[in-house]
Design a protein around this ligand. Structure first.
Ligand code: PMP
Length: 381
């Protein structure tokens, strides 16, 4: 089985597992029970891990909130900013190609009576900056634009968006789940006020993520979603898990130190494209062209002329990849990202996504490409 679905999740790095293990066994103290040594050891270790994580995200350590993953981080960012009791502004602006964990929260708060606008994208998946500018007004509290798209890998000019958003006195949140560990994500330098991330997308474990709240450049207030206990400066109640915080910080440090390995991922992705496109007539790339910097180097999303992605997947059980949208296969409807690019439902259903990662080898890619071509030819007759 060849794993080409690194946007859905990545395997946990063994060095990360090693770093977390002692915090499940030997050092089991509650990091919030600091009246004794067991708790203090755990509290110190969590603090060191958060300092490390914060340094790699270019944000003050006090501004990091540990969550259960990016779904929670996105919820906390959006509801947290809009529903803060001192928030005067009532408008959220986001983009049609965001992950459901942003779009569904946006729809929910719209139903609650907030003013919500969904800005469109061009055929590369880049946010329409003119439309974005025209939507920003004195009532806009928050703009949410993802740092890298999970289906087609589009990377917008986040600094330009940040400056536009700040000109109108609004805050910028970015769902950087697919960007963290793959490209540089610097809260202060790029001037993004809130950033969501999830450890399992950068070779850490599942069930732990973060939200950065403020980057030191302006004040950001969030109302907590999970209250009770007062942990994390009252921003998220509940006992923290030292092993997963340490794992996430270790994973991010390794990812940042080894980011140059992404250029090898790019070569493998290009090899996959070349091999498939030479042998499958009419194969098209969805999203930005492969040679730009506005696309994640491990991402390949392609459309075939005549068969559905689901059928192609079922006919190629030796290769793990995904049809259309999915990080999860729960929703069978055609990808909202591909339809936002202007594709028809049929085109979206004829599309598949490959996510190449650091563990992949050239042999795997050649083998997978051979299997994919074979199953495609069998299906298309
Ligand atoms: N945002 C993006 C862009 C994602 O790709 C994902 C994972 N599919 C999420 C948010 C949700 O992350 P998690 O699984 O950690 O809740």
């Amino acid at each position: 089985m060849i794993y080409l679905d690194h946007h859905a999740t990545t395997p946990c790095d063994r060095r990360v597992v090693e770093a977390m293990l002692p915090w499940l066994t030997d050092h089991f103290g509650n990091p919030h029970s600091i009246s004794h040594e067991f708790g203090r050891v755990a509290a110190d270790a969590i603090q060191a891990a958060i300092d490390d994580l914060a340094a790699n995200l270019d944000v003050p350590a006090d501004n990091v909130v540990i969550t259960s993953g990016a779904t929670e981080s996105n919820l906390l960012a959006i509801r947290g900013v809009l529903c803060h009791p001192r928030q005067q502004r009532r408008k959220l602006v986001t983009v049609t190609t965001e992950h459901p964990s942003v779009l569904d929260v946006a729809k929910e708060i719209q139903a609650d009576g907030f003013d919500v606008t969904f800005v469109g994208v061009d055929d590369q998946g880049l946010v329409d900056q003119q439309q974005l500018a025209s939507e920003l007004d004195d009532d806009t509290a928050l703009v949410s634009v993802m740092w890298a798209n999970n289906e087609i890998g589009t990377i917008p000019d986040i600094q330009a968006i940040a400056s536009l958003v700040h000109q109108h006195g609004a805050l910028l949140h970015s769902d950087a789940t697919q960007a963290v560990g793959r490209i540089a994500v610097h809260a202060r330098r790029d001037d993004v006020d809130l950033i969501s991330g999830s450890a399992h997308k950068f070779y850490g474990p599942k069930g732990v993520g973060f939200l950065t709240v403020g980057n030191g450049n302006r004040r950001v207030r969030i109302r907590p979603i999970q209250v009770g206990g007062g942990q994390q400066r009252g921003r998220r109640g509940g006992t923290m898990n030292p092993s997963s915080v340490i794992a996430m910080a270790t994973a991010l440090r390794l990812a940042c130190d080894e980011m140059q390995a992404e250029s090898e991922v790019r070569e493998l992705r290009d090899l996959l494209w070349q091999t498939l496109s030479q042998q499958i007539d009419g194969l098209k790339i969805n999203g930005p062209s492969l040679d730009t910097d506005s696309r994640l180097v491990g991402n390949l999303n392609v459309m075939v002329a005549d068969i559905e992605g689901e059928a192609w997947m079922a006919a190629t059980p030796e290769v793990a990849f995904s049809s259309g949208s999915a990080c999860s296969s729960v929703d069978p409807s055609p990808s909202h990202v591909l339809t936002a690019l202007g594709h028809s439902e049929s085109q979206a259903r004829r599309s598949v996504r490959f996510g190449i990662g650091r563990g992949n080898t050239e042999d795997e890619i050649r083998h997978a490409a051979g299997l994919l071509v074979e199953s495609y030819k069998r299906l298309s007759g």
